[in-house]
Write a protein that binds this ligand. Structure first.
Ligand code: SAH
Ligand code: SF4
Length: 363
């Protein structure tokens, strides 16, 4: 929460100059933190719970929508907090039923979220940053660098608005899963990501089971440890994509700081501490990490662990290509022979640039 600074007389000259208004991100607060807001001073205790329900159950986009709150309380809140909004600039539908929403945030920045329809599953892939600082050479998001972190509210807004659109289009349907695999590196934006996860799983709010939430990361082992200790115990995906540090550093520059061994160890710690599943992601790149030797090395590294193989989704920001289907199959078989629980994940939404690593939100 952004603390409200107390002003002293010596600050008066500065205070008279127009200041950008920095208000508290209401969607990112817990019910206890809402209760501690100045605006709720002296209000009955149940008001904070009421506000929390309006935000996370009724998906209220404004204080005005909170019709059973006293007007005076709403206007006091209005001076202290803001509720994240996102306008749909456009929606694109893939042949496979996935839909990509291009969203404009309050400051005009653009991010994307993708709804994936698979049998009875309805999975929303959400963004945690505008762009990304990690700069993986095979990823369209990384090509732009980091614009800025999203707030917890902006992460949650993507979920609540997508659920509303889904219910409108297909009455009776709800999201079953949420994956933080859109634009950005969730653990680089740890605080906002954790707040969003906490509120999304809160019983008094949306109440999504942590098992139906996945955080995907390219690094940050200490933060993996932090998530294990602090919770919520969501599923974790670690994007490895190389079995040697030399190659991984070329593909994912963050590897210089957090090499492979530190991530494999953080994954094992996460599994032990949370008893929640960890999956390693491996993007298959033709001629770069798809040889028999690569498969054997990965097999030795991850014996007994789960691996998702993702054949590269091509995009205009890289000349890399996915391997031929037979190479993918050989790689998969070799991993299985080494005792890895391997799955090939053919991405959805490739035709509308909505698949893993294709989100660029340039327009
Ligand atoms: N920053 C996080 C989450 C977003 S990327 C991370 O890197 O894990 C989500 C997944 O898409 C990651 O596993 C990443 O390796 C993969 N990915 C990135 N670019 C890709 C591409 N062009 N084709 C296929 N997968 C890609
Ligand atoms: Fe960032 Fe993930 Fe893309 Fe790498 S793969 S640049 S960490 S979004």
């Amino acid at each position: 929460m952004t603390p409200t600074p107390r002003r002293t007389t010596s600050d008066d000259a500065a205070a008279r100059r127009p200041q950008p208004v920095r208000r508290v991100d209401l969607l990112g607060l817990s019910a206890d933190e809402i209760a501690a807001l100045g605006a709720l001073d002296g209000a009955p205790r149940f008001r904070a719970a009421q506000v929390f329900r309006w935000l996370h159950r009724q998906r209220a986009r404004s204080l005005a929508a909170m019709s059973n709150l006293p007007l005076e309380l709403r206007s006091r809140l209005d001076g202290e907090v803001e509720i994240a909004v996102a306008d749909v600039l456009r929606e694109e539908r893939s042949e496979d039923g996935s839909t990509k929403a291009v969203l404009r945030l309050a400051d005009g920045r653009v991010v994307e979220s993708v709804l994936i329809r698979e049998k009875s599953k309805r999975t929303l892939c959400v963004s945690t940053q505008v762009g990304c600082a990690v700069g993986c050479v095979f990823c369209a998001t990384g090509a732009a660098g980091l614009g800025r972190h999203l707030t917890a509210g902006e992460i949650l807004r993507q979920v609540y608005d997508a659920e509303e659109r889904l219910e409108r289009e297909s009455p009776g349907e709800r999201l079953t899963n949420v994956v933080l695999m859109g634009m950005g590196e969730p653990l680089h934006n740890f605080e906002a990501t954790r707040r969003a996860l906490v509120n999304l799983t809160a019983r008094a709010g949306r109440g999504l089971s942590p098992r139906r939430l996945t955080v995907s990361t390219s690094g940050y082992p200490e933060r993996i440890g932090g998530l294990a200790r602090e919770g919520p115990h969501v599923r974790l995906a670690i994007s490895l994509t190389a079995a040697t540090d030399e190659l991984r550093t070329r593909l994912i520059p963050l590897n210089r700081r957090y090499p492979i061994a530190s991530l494999v160890e953080a994954g094992a710690y996460y599994e032990r501490t949370t008893r929640s599943r960890v999956t390693f992601e491996y993007v298959l790149l033709q001629g770069i990490n798809d040889s028999r030797d690569d498969a054997r090395r990965l097999g030795r590294l991850l014996r007994g662990r789960r691996v998702n193989l993702i054949p590269l989704n091509p995009h205009p920001y890289s000349t890399m290509k996915p391997p031929a289907d037979e190479t993918v199959e050989l790689f998969h078989r070799s991993l299985k022979e080494s005792g890895v629980i391997s799955t090939v994940r053919w991405s959805k939404g490739r035709d509308i640039q909505a698949a893993c690593g294709q989100l660029a939100a340039r327009s």
